[in-house]
Design a protein around this ligand. Structure first.
Ligand code: COS
Length: 384
């Protein structure tokens, strides 16, 4: 067993820690208040190569692998979650379908521009009638000669408003559905019939927008099917494989936020005096800190191990769901304890604890709810 983090990744971690401290933390509250990330910050993210962490070097990315991407996310999510969210779809669900199943021509056409941050990619799967039940999508793609005509509504699409291209999951055969009837497309902004709809109002994750995408007789050539003609009808598996990887990286995001909350709680409980002594001298507070630290330690070990397994070429369907489930549920427990330690001050908007509390709540829902993760784990366990 080797628990050493490779030197190049440690250097990347240090770079991101400095970036968080010097560039992101100072604007974090402004981003929260204005619900937008300043363009100069997005520019710095591009310079650091953050849009192409997981895209192989041959397509212009950093080619980091899963562990590397997780380590970077862990650092980035110690500040406002929206910064990670801004790069998340380009590194993950928006681009991975093209990388896993795209033709060589598609990879060369799209991935370098995504990796450089020139184009932002998003992932359009969810619909009003297809949340957890991803196979129940109603957005249709009807074959018309050498093209397809797409009609339907996608919602809750992270970065949909700023995206230059979308991986769009559609229904091409109502009878076959998840087994041969779902097709993935890559569609660029500006394609006639493809519009951004309402930007949704959320409980948290301000600075990161989720919105509707509307397809109204949107004509696209067969070339836009991810993987081309042979992949028609095979898009459900593409979507599922994309989500497997996403679930691991979501674990890293939850972990980073939990670690930050623990650090803030330790610091505060040493400083805050009540009944003539610091909070940290009360056993009830010590217990909370100890439980937070223990759970974070466990989460980190399982995340790094699962990321390493994936980097060795193993299938990690069950492990990815376990990581997403445990890390996100753990982070919410940590956030709850942190808020309890901070007391009334924690509930105020002057400190970041309430923001973490709100933002983290989404982690148990998006990219597959905790209930879906349990379902995937149980299915894998009982597979004949
Ligand atoms: N990797 C590869 N293939 C997969 C897969 C995976 N992770 N998961 C499922 N498949 C395949 C199955 O093997 C099956 O194909 P075969 O019959 O050839 O074996 C096909 O896809 C259909 O699978 P299944 O019967 O399991 O589909 P279900 O409709 O029952 O749905 C779940 C499966 C619940 C896993 C899926 O709907 C899901 O992940 N839902 C959550 C969606 C989500 O995360 N939404 C968040 C918003 S998107 S950011």
């Amino acid at each position: 067993m080797d628990f050493e983090i490779p030197e190049n990744l440690r250097m990347m971690q240090d770079t991101i820690r400095r970036f968080v401290k010097q560039d992101l933390e100072p604007v974090s509250q402004k981003v929260e208040d204005e619900d937008r990330i300043p363009e100069e910050i997005v520019g710095k993210m591009r310079e650091l190569g953050l849009f192409g962490l997981s895209i192989p070097e041959e397509y212009g990315g950093l080619g980091l692998g899963t562990l590397g991407e997780c380590l970077i996310y862990e650092e980035l999510t110690k500040t406002n979650a929206c910064f990670r969210s801004r790069i998340g779809t380009s590194n993950g669900i928006g681009s991975m379908g093209i990388l896993f199943d795209g033709t060589e021509e598609q990879k060369h056409r799209y991935l370098p521009k995504i990796a450089s941050g020139e184009w932002t990619a998003c992932f359009a799967l969810s619909e009003p009638e297809a949340g957890s039940d991803a196979g129940n999508i109603q957005t249709t793609a009807r074959r018309d000669g050498d093209s397809f005509v797409i009609n339907g509504l996608k919602h809750f699409i992270t970065n949909g408003d700023v995206a230059d291209l979308a991986t769009v999951i559609t229904l091409t055969d109502r009878e076959k559905k998840t087994r041969g009837g779902i097709t993935a497309f890559v569609i660029q902004k500006g394609n006639p019939g493809f519009y951004v709809g309402t930007i949704e109002r959320k409980m948290g994750l301000r600075g990161s927008h989720t919105c509707e995408l509307i397809f109204d007789n949107c004509h696209v050539p067969v070339d836009n099917v991810i993987g081309g003609e042979p992949m028609i009808g095979k898009g459900f598996k593409t979507a599922m494989r994309v989500l497997d990887k996403g679930r691991l990286t979501m674990g890293a995001c939850a972990l980073g936020a939990a670690q930050k909350l623990l650090d803030l709680s330790v610091e505060y409980s040493k400083e805050r005096i009540q009944f003539g002594k610091p909070l940290v001298r009360f056993q009830s507070v010590q217990n909370m800190l100890a439980d937070m630290a223990t759970e974070i330690y466990a989460a980190r070990q399982m995340l790094y191990h699962a990321a390493w397994l994936r980097d060795q070429g193993n299938k990690v369907i069950m492990e990815a769901s376990m990581v997403k489930l445990f890390c996100t549920e753990m982070a919410c427990r940590v956030a709850d304890r942190a808020l309890q330690i901070f007391g009334g001050m924690g509930y105020m908007k002057d400190l970041p604890v309430e923001r973490f509390y709100r933002d983290l709540r989404l982690y148990r829902i998006f990219e597959g709810t905790s209930e879906i993760q349990r379902m995937v784990i149980a299915r894998e366990l009982t597979r004949p």
